[in-house]
Write a protein that binds this ligand. Structure first.
Ligand code: ADP
Ligand code: MG
Length: 314
Protein backbone atom coordinates (compact mmCIF):
# COMPACT_ATOMS: atom_id res chain seq x y z
CA UNK A 1 0.00 0.00 0.00
CA UNK A 2 2.77 2.42 0.95
CA UNK A 3 4.70 1.67 -2.20
CA UNK A 4 1.63 2.46 -4.25
CA UNK A 5 1.84 6.05 -3.09
CA UNK A 6 5.18 6.55 -4.87
CA UNK A 7 3.76 8.02 -8.01
CA UNK A 8 6.17 9.91 -10.24
CA UNK A 9 5.44 13.34 -11.55
CA UNK A 10 5.17 13.34 -15.33
CA UNK A 11 5.89 16.66 -17.06
CA UNK A 12 3.20 17.22 -19.67
CA UNK A 13 0.47 15.51 -17.67
CA UNK A 14 -0.54 18.49 -15.53
CA UNK A 15 -4.20 18.13 -16.39
CA UNK A 16 -4.46 14.84 -14.49
CA UNK A 17 -3.76 13.94 -10.87
CA UNK A 18 -2.58 10.35 -10.65
CA UNK A 19 -4.12 8.44 -7.75
CA UNK A 20 -2.89 4.87 -7.86
CA UNK A 21 -1.34 2.26 -10.10
CA UNK A 22 -3.87 -0.10 -11.69
CA UNK A 23 -1.81 -2.17 -14.05
CA UNK A 24 1.59 -2.76 -15.54
CA UNK A 25 2.82 -3.62 -18.97
CA UNK A 26 6.22 -4.12 -20.59
CA UNK A 27 6.60 -0.45 -21.49
CA UNK A 28 3.67 1.11 -19.70
CA UNK A 29 2.02 1.77 -16.38
CA UNK A 30 -1.71 2.34 -16.06
CA UNK A 31 -2.89 4.73 -13.36
CA UNK A 32 -6.22 5.68 -11.94
CA UNK A 33 -6.38 9.46 -12.19
CA UNK A 34 -8.62 12.49 -11.89
CA UNK A 35 -9.13 14.91 -14.74
CA UNK A 36 -8.65 18.21 -12.91
CA UNK A 37 -10.77 20.08 -15.46
CA UNK A 38 -13.84 17.81 -15.48
CA UNK A 39 -13.24 16.27 -12.02
CA UNK A 40 -13.94 12.89 -13.58
CA UNK A 41 -11.98 9.76 -12.81
CA UNK A 42 -10.07 8.32 -15.75
CA UNK A 43 -7.34 5.79 -16.48
CA UNK A 44 -4.02 7.03 -17.85
CA UNK A 45 -1.67 4.66 -19.66
CA UNK A 46 1.82 6.14 -19.45
CA UNK A 47 4.24 4.70 -22.00
CA UNK A 48 7.99 5.22 -21.72
CA UNK A 49 9.14 6.45 -25.12
CA UNK A 50 12.84 5.84 -24.77
CA UNK A 51 12.51 2.11 -24.36
CA UNK A 52 10.76 1.89 -27.73
CA UNK A 53 12.28 1.62 -31.17
CA UNK A 54 10.78 3.40 -34.18
CA UNK A 55 8.51 0.46 -35.02
CA UNK A 56 7.15 0.21 -31.52
CA UNK A 57 6.54 3.94 -31.40
CA UNK A 58 4.60 3.89 -34.61
CA UNK A 59 2.53 0.98 -33.34
CA UNK A 60 1.54 3.03 -30.28
CA UNK A 61 0.36 5.76 -32.65
CA UNK A 62 -1.51 3.12 -34.64
CA UNK A 63 -3.18 1.85 -31.48
CA UNK A 64 -4.38 5.38 -30.76
CA UNK A 65 -5.49 5.98 -34.35
CA UNK A 66 -7.59 2.81 -34.22
CA UNK A 67 -9.02 3.63 -30.80
CA UNK A 68 -10.05 7.10 -32.01
CA UNK A 69 -12.55 5.48 -34.37
CA UNK A 70 -14.16 3.30 -31.74
CA UNK A 71 -17.34 3.97 -29.84
CA UNK A 72 -19.16 1.01 -28.36
CA UNK A 73 -20.56 0.09 -24.96
CA UNK A 74 -18.28 -2.95 -24.71
CA UNK A 75 -15.08 -1.26 -25.86
CA UNK A 76 -12.92 0.88 -23.57
CA UNK A 77 -13.33 4.47 -24.72
CA UNK A 78 -10.34 6.62 -25.64
CA UNK A 79 -10.66 10.05 -24.03
CA UNK A 80 -7.43 11.84 -24.85
CA UNK A 81 -3.93 11.32 -26.19
CA UNK A 82 -0.84 13.44 -25.77
CA UNK A 83 2.91 13.08 -25.62
CA UNK A 84 5.83 14.72 -23.91
CA UNK A 85 9.52 14.40 -24.58
CA UNK A 86 9.76 11.11 -22.69
CA UNK A 87 6.26 9.69 -22.61
CA UNK A 88 3.06 8.96 -24.43
CA UNK A 89 -0.12 9.46 -22.41
CA UNK A 90 -3.23 7.53 -23.40
CA UNK A 91 -6.22 8.70 -21.37
CA UNK A 92 -9.00 6.13 -21.19
CA UNK A 93 -12.38 5.66 -19.66
CA UNK A 94 -11.79 4.18 -16.18
CA UNK A 95 -12.96 0.64 -15.56
CA UNK A 96 -13.01 0.55 -11.76
CA UNK A 97 -13.54 -3.20 -11.60
CA UNK A 98 -10.15 -3.76 -13.18
CA UNK A 99 -9.46 -7.05 -14.89
CA UNK A 100 -12.55 -9.18 -14.86
CA UNK A 101 -10.68 -12.30 -13.98
CA UNK A 102 -9.00 -10.87 -10.90
CA UNK A 103 -12.41 -10.10 -9.51
CA UNK A 104 -13.77 -13.50 -10.28
CA UNK A 105 -10.85 -15.69 -9.41
CA UNK A 106 -12.48 -16.73 -6.16
CA UNK A 107 -15.51 -18.08 -8.00
CA UNK A 108 -13.25 -20.61 -9.70
CA UNK A 109 -15.67 -21.01 -12.58
CA UNK A 110 -18.99 -19.62 -13.73
CA UNK A 111 -22.46 -21.00 -14.01
CA UNK A 112 -23.54 -21.26 -17.65
CA UNK A 113 -25.84 -18.27 -17.18
CA UNK A 114 -23.05 -16.07 -15.91
CA UNK A 115 -20.66 -17.33 -18.58
CA UNK A 116 -23.22 -16.44 -21.25
CA UNK A 117 -23.80 -13.02 -19.70
CA UNK A 118 -20.06 -12.32 -19.90
CA UNK A 119 -19.19 -13.84 -23.26
CA UNK A 120 -22.12 -12.18 -25.06
CA UNK A 121 -20.73 -8.80 -24.06
CA UNK A 122 -17.28 -9.70 -25.37
CA UNK A 123 -18.90 -10.99 -28.56
CA UNK A 124 -20.79 -7.73 -29.05
CA UNK A 125 -17.50 -5.86 -28.91
CA UNK A 126 -16.05 -8.31 -31.45
CA UNK A 127 -19.08 -7.97 -33.72
CA UNK A 128 -18.73 -4.20 -33.66
CA UNK A 129 -15.02 -4.41 -34.46
CA UNK A 130 -15.33 -7.06 -37.18
CA UNK A 131 -18.49 -5.96 -38.91
CA UNK A 132 -18.75 -2.22 -38.39
CA UNK A 133 -15.20 -0.96 -38.05
CA UNK A 134 -13.16 -3.61 -39.86
CA UNK A 135 -10.67 -4.03 -37.05
CA UNK A 136 -9.31 -7.24 -35.54
CA UNK A 137 -8.21 -7.08 -31.93
CA UNK A 138 -5.70 -9.98 -31.95
CA UNK A 139 -5.13 -9.98 -28.20
CA UNK A 140 -8.42 -11.03 -26.61
CA UNK A 141 -7.62 -12.57 -23.24
CA UNK A 142 -8.73 -12.29 -19.62
CA UNK A 143 -6.21 -9.53 -18.79
CA UNK A 144 -7.64 -7.35 -21.52
CA UNK A 145 -11.27 -7.73 -20.43
CA UNK A 146 -12.07 -5.02 -17.92
CA UNK A 147 -15.26 -4.49 -16.09
CA UNK A 148 -17.48 -1.84 -14.68
CA UNK A 149 -19.30 -3.28 -11.68
CA UNK A 150 -23.07 -3.02 -11.59
CA UNK A 151 -24.52 -1.53 -8.42
CA UNK A 152 -24.54 -4.19 -5.73
CA UNK A 153 -27.70 -6.25 -5.86
CA UNK A 154 -27.66 -9.11 -3.38
CA UNK A 155 -29.92 -11.21 -5.55
CA UNK A 156 -29.18 -14.77 -6.52
CA UNK A 157 -31.05 -15.06 -9.78
CA UNK A 158 -27.84 -15.78 -11.59
CA UNK A 159 -26.12 -18.64 -9.82
CA UNK A 160 -22.49 -17.70 -9.91
CA UNK A 161 -20.85 -20.99 -9.18
CA UNK A 162 -22.37 -24.26 -10.14
CA UNK A 163 -22.76 -26.87 -7.47
CA UNK A 164 -22.89 -24.28 -4.72
CA UNK A 165 -25.87 -24.12 -2.46
CA UNK A 166 -27.71 -21.14 -3.82
CA UNK A 167 -29.73 -20.56 -0.71
CA UNK A 168 -26.66 -20.17 1.49
CA UNK A 169 -26.53 -16.73 3.02
CA UNK A 170 -22.83 -16.28 2.32
CA UNK A 171 -22.08 -12.85 0.98
CA UNK A 172 -18.40 -13.60 0.51
CA UNK A 173 -19.38 -15.84 -2.38
CA UNK A 174 -20.86 -12.96 -4.25
CA UNK A 175 -18.79 -10.36 -6.02
CA UNK A 176 -19.84 -6.80 -5.24
CA UNK A 177 -21.80 -5.70 -8.23
CA UNK A 178 -23.00 -9.13 -9.15
CA UNK A 179 -26.61 -9.98 -8.87
CA UNK A 180 -29.78 -10.23 -10.86
CA UNK A 181 -28.30 -7.81 -13.35
CA UNK A 182 -25.30 -10.05 -13.89
CA UNK A 183 -21.80 -8.90 -13.29
CA UNK A 184 -21.81 -5.43 -14.73
CA UNK A 185 -20.45 -4.16 -18.01
CA UNK A 186 -17.54 -5.95 -19.63
CA UNK A 187 -15.28 -3.93 -21.91
CA UNK A 188 -12.52 -4.96 -24.27
CA UNK A 189 -9.25 -3.06 -23.73
CA UNK A 190 -5.71 -2.95 -25.12
CA UNK A 191 -5.69 -2.29 -28.85
CA UNK A 192 -1.90 -2.49 -28.95
CA UNK A 193 -1.93 -5.43 -31.36
CA UNK A 194 -5.07 -4.52 -33.24
CA UNK A 195 -5.09 -4.08 -36.99
CA UNK A 196 -7.36 -2.58 -39.61
CA UNK A 197 -8.29 -5.29 -42.11
CA UNK A 198 -11.34 -3.95 -43.74
CA UNK A 199 -12.37 -0.56 -45.05
CA UNK A 200 -15.65 0.39 -43.42
CA UNK A 201 -16.40 3.04 -46.05
CA UNK A 202 -16.08 0.84 -49.12
CA UNK A 203 -17.07 -2.34 -47.24
CA UNK A 204 -14.10 -4.16 -48.76
CA UNK A 205 -10.74 -5.39 -47.59
CA UNK A 206 -8.24 -2.51 -47.45
CA UNK A 207 -6.89 -1.70 -50.91
CA UNK A 208 -8.38 -0.85 -54.27
CA UNK A 209 -11.73 -2.46 -54.99
CA UNK A 210 -11.51 -5.13 -57.67
CA UNK A 211 -7.75 -5.29 -57.56
CA UNK A 212 -7.49 -6.95 -54.17
CA UNK A 213 -5.39 -10.12 -54.21
CA UNK A 214 -6.91 -13.33 -52.86
CA UNK A 215 -4.36 -13.53 -50.06
CA UNK A 216 -5.52 -10.11 -48.82
CA UNK A 217 -9.14 -11.24 -48.84
CA UNK A 218 -8.07 -14.41 -47.06
CA UNK A 219 -5.90 -12.48 -44.63
CA UNK A 220 -8.91 -10.43 -43.62
CA UNK A 221 -10.91 -13.57 -42.97
CA UNK A 222 -8.06 -15.29 -41.16
CA UNK A 223 -7.29 -12.40 -38.89
CA UNK A 224 -10.91 -12.16 -37.84
CA UNK A 225 -10.90 -15.87 -37.10
CA UNK A 226 -8.00 -15.31 -34.70
CA UNK A 227 -10.34 -13.32 -32.44
CA UNK A 228 -12.91 -16.13 -32.63
CA UNK A 229 -10.36 -18.71 -31.45
CA UNK A 230 -9.52 -16.42 -28.52
CA UNK A 231 -13.23 -16.05 -27.75
CA UNK A 232 -13.42 -19.84 -27.60
CA UNK A 233 -10.48 -19.97 -25.17
CA UNK A 234 -12.13 -17.38 -22.91
CA UNK A 235 -15.47 -19.18 -22.99
CA UNK A 236 -13.83 -22.54 -22.21
CA UNK A 237 -11.92 -20.97 -19.31
CA UNK A 238 -14.85 -19.26 -17.63
CA UNK A 239 -16.99 -22.41 -17.89
CA UNK A 240 -14.54 -24.75 -16.16
CA UNK A 241 -11.92 -22.57 -14.45
CA UNK A 242 -8.84 -23.58 -16.45
CA UNK A 243 -7.70 -22.84 -20.01
CA UNK A 244 -8.19 -25.30 -22.90
CA UNK A 245 -4.50 -25.50 -23.69
CA UNK A 246 -1.86 -25.72 -21.04
CA UNK A 247 1.56 -27.26 -20.54
CA UNK A 248 4.63 -26.33 -18.50
CA UNK A 249 6.74 -26.78 -21.61
CA UNK A 250 6.19 -24.04 -24.17
CA UNK A 251 7.11 -26.46 -26.98
CA UNK A 252 4.52 -29.01 -25.91
CA UNK A 253 1.95 -26.25 -25.45
CA UNK A 254 2.65 -24.87 -28.92
CA UNK A 255 2.20 -28.33 -30.39
CA UNK A 256 -1.10 -28.84 -28.54
CA UNK A 257 -2.46 -25.54 -29.84
CA UNK A 258 -1.29 -26.25 -33.38
CA UNK A 259 -3.19 -29.53 -33.34
CA UNK A 260 -6.15 -28.15 -31.45
CA UNK A 261 -5.54 -30.80 -28.80
CA UNK A 262 -7.93 -30.07 -25.96
CA UNK A 263 -10.52 -32.12 -24.09
CA UNK A 264 -13.64 -31.54 -22.06
CA UNK A 265 -11.91 -32.90 -18.99
CA UNK A 266 -13.90 -34.99 -16.54
CA UNK A 267 -15.22 -34.35 -13.92
CA UNK A 268 -15.15 -30.58 -14.53
CA UNK A 269 -17.04 -30.71 -17.82
CA UNK A 270 -19.46 -33.52 -16.88
CA UNK A 271 -22.29 -31.23 -15.86
CA UNK A 272 -21.82 -28.65 -18.59
CA UNK A 273 -24.49 -28.66 -21.29
CA UNK A 274 -24.04 -30.12 -24.77
CA UNK A 275 -24.90 -26.72 -26.18
CA UNK A 276 -21.99 -25.01 -24.43
CA UNK A 277 -19.58 -27.74 -25.52
CA UNK A 278 -20.87 -27.56 -29.08
CA UNK A 279 -20.24 -23.82 -29.20
CA UNK A 280 -16.74 -24.12 -27.72
CA UNK A 281 -15.82 -26.81 -30.23
CA UNK A 282 -16.95 -24.65 -33.16
CA UNK A 283 -14.63 -21.89 -31.93
CA UNK A 284 -11.66 -24.13 -31.10
CA UNK A 285 -11.64 -25.48 -34.65
CA UNK A 286 -8.15 -25.61 -36.14
CA UNK A 287 -9.26 -24.90 -39.72
CA UNK A 288 -9.99 -21.16 -39.83
CA UNK A 289 -12.32 -21.66 -42.81
CA UNK A 290 -14.56 -23.88 -40.74
CA UNK A 291 -14.26 -21.97 -37.47
CA UNK A 292 -17.34 -20.03 -36.41
CA UNK A 293 -17.49 -16.36 -37.41
CA UNK A 294 -18.94 -13.80 -35.03
CA UNK A 295 -22.26 -14.12 -36.89
CA UNK A 296 -22.32 -17.91 -36.40
CA UNK A 297 -21.45 -17.40 -32.75
CA UNK A 298 -24.28 -14.99 -32.05
CA UNK A 299 -26.79 -17.26 -33.83
CA UNK A 300 -25.83 -20.38 -31.85
CA UNK A 301 -28.69 -21.77 -29.72
CA UNK A 302 -26.64 -21.67 -26.51
CA UNK A 303 -26.22 -17.92 -27.02
CA UNK A 304 -29.72 -17.11 -28.23
CA UNK A 305 -31.45 -19.06 -25.48
CA UNK A 306 -32.41 -16.98 -22.48
CA UNK A 307 -31.11 -17.90 -19.05
CA UNK A 308 -32.98 -21.18 -19.06
CA UNK A 309 -32.04 -24.86 -19.17
CA UNK A 310 -30.20 -26.32 -22.13
CA UNK A 311 -31.81 -25.89 -25.50
CA UNK A 312 -33.90 -28.99 -26.30
CA UNK A 313 -32.54 -29.22 -29.85
CA UNK A 314 -29.11 -30.01 -28.47
P1 ADP B 1 -0.52 -3.55 -22.08
O1 ADP B 1 -0.33 -3.27 -23.52
O2 ADP B 1 0.66 -3.18 -21.24
O3 ADP B 1 -1.04 -4.93 -21.81
P2 ADP B 1 -3.15 -2.61 -21.30
O4 ADP B 1 -3.85 -1.55 -22.08
O5 ADP B 1 -3.65 -4.01 -21.46
O6 ADP B 1 -1.60 -2.49 -21.62
O7 ADP B 1 -3.16 -2.22 -19.76
C1 ADP B 1 -2.48 -3.01 -18.80
C2 ADP B 1 -3.36 -3.26 -17.60
O8 ADP B 1 -3.76 -2.01 -16.99
C3 ADP B 1 -4.69 -3.96 -17.91
O9 ADP B 1 -4.54 -5.35 -17.98
C4 ADP B 1 -5.54 -3.52 -16.71
O10 ADP B 1 -5.21 -4.25 -15.55
C5 ADP B 1 -5.08 -2.08 -16.50
N1 ADP B 1 -5.94 -1.15 -17.28
C6 ADP B 1 -5.77 -0.79 -18.56
N2 ADP B 1 -6.71 0.07 -18.98
C7 ADP B 1 -7.53 0.26 -17.93
C8 ADP B 1 -8.74 1.05 -17.71
N3 ADP B 1 -9.25 1.80 -18.70
N4 ADP B 1 -9.33 1.00 -16.50
C9 ADP B 1 -8.80 0.23 -15.52
N5 ADP B 1 -7.67 -0.53 -15.64
C10 ADP B 1 -7.04 -0.52 -16.83
MG1 MG C 1 -2.89 -5.91 -22.03
Amino acid sequence: KLQQSKIPNYPGLERYRLIEKMGDGAFSIVYKAVDLQTKEEVAVKVIRKFELNANQRSSILKEVAIMRQLRHKNVVQLIDFSESENHYFIVLELLPGGELFHQIVRLTYFSEDLARHVIVQVAEAVQYLHEEVGVVHRDIKPENLLFYPAPFTPSKKIVLRKGEDESKEDEGKYIPGVGAGGIGVIKLADFGLSKVVWDSKTMTPCGTVGYTAPEIVKDERYSKSVDMWALGCVLYTILCGFPPFYDDSIDVLTEKVARGQYTFLSPWWDEISKGAKDLVSHLLTVDPERRYTIEDFLAHPWITQSNEPTHPAL
